[in-house]
Design a protein around this ligand. Structure first.
Ligand SMILES: Nc1ncnc2c1ncn2[C@@H]1O[C@H](COP(=O)(O)OP(=O)(O)OP(=O)(O)O)[C@@H](O)[C@H]1O
Length: 221
């Protein structure tokens, strides 16, 4: 059993408590899906886990819910930013002004993987919602590493594409923590599923042990 990243704590914002009595661990190789109604606290949990992992020096690829893209820059530039910390500021600045062919060549296959071929030079502000989300996914894939944290990472694509993208992520990242609103997708991908309701984690169990009633209960008032 992995040592808890969060051990019996409250999570929230300033004096506002969103989640109580949270204990959470993430073992290598686990794929954890977080489910709960809108506003339940899924992002709050994911953000806290992300901060703790990065503070501990772990390399984590992140797909935030709001995508955190720079709309004035191209798809290439936004994806390249996934690895900014690997190079000097001078190299990054030069690549921002005049992208190196070698960097374009590294990014291109990732764009192909998420269905953004041919859009490398397009300004992100001129993309559709689904294309923006794919750009954020491409940035995470380009960053790489052992762990992916994705906050509703496929919410803006249709369910068939979502399943294919998540399957691709599974091949790339041995360990994943994903908040999802699609229960079937969560059951198909996760080794462990965590449910949040009324400010608490109401279950955190192997995916195979959960029944439909557990999920139904999560979404009733
Ligand atoms: N920066 C913040 N400051 C104060 N309160 C916040 C902040 N971010 C979120 N909250 C509040 O915390 C609660 C949980 O929000 P959170 O975003 O974690 O839920 P969620 O389950 O991810 O929701 P959704 O599915 O709609 O994205 C909500 O009541 C929300 O209003």
């Amino acid at each position: 059993m992995a040592r808890p990243l969060i051990d019996g704590e409250e999570l929230g914002y300033g004096a506002t408590v969103v989640l109580r009595d949270v204990t959470f661990a993430l073992a290598p190789g686990e794929r954890v899906a977080v489910l709960g109604r809108s506003g339940a606290g899924k992002s709050t949990l994911l953000t806290s886990v992300y901060r703790r992992l990065t503070a501990a020096g772990r390399r984590v690829a992140l797909v935030p819910q709001d995508h955190a893209l720079v709309p004035q820059l191209s798809v290439f530039h936004n994806v390249f930013m996934g690895r900014l910390d690997e190079r000097s500021s001078l190299y990054n600045l030069a690549n921002l002004a005049w992208p190196f062919p070698s960097e374009r060549a590294r990014v291109e296959p990732v764009l192909e993987e998420v269905g953004l071929s041919g859009l490398s030079r397009r300004e992100v502000g001129a993309l559709s919602g689904g294309q923006k989300q794919r750009t954020a996914l491409a940035r995470a894939i380009h960053r790489g590493g052992d762990i992916l944290i994705g906050d509703e990472p496929v919410s803006a694509v249709d369910e068939h594409q979502a399943a294919a993208i998540v399957a691709g992520l599974k091949d790339r990242f041995p360990t994943m923590l994903l908040s999802l609103h699609d229960v079937e997708l969560a059951r198909g991908i996760a080794t462990r599923i965590l449910g949040i309701k009324r400010g608490r984690i109401v279950f955190d169990r192997p995916a195979g042990e959960l029944e439909q009633a557990d999920f139904d209960d999560l979404y009733t008032a």
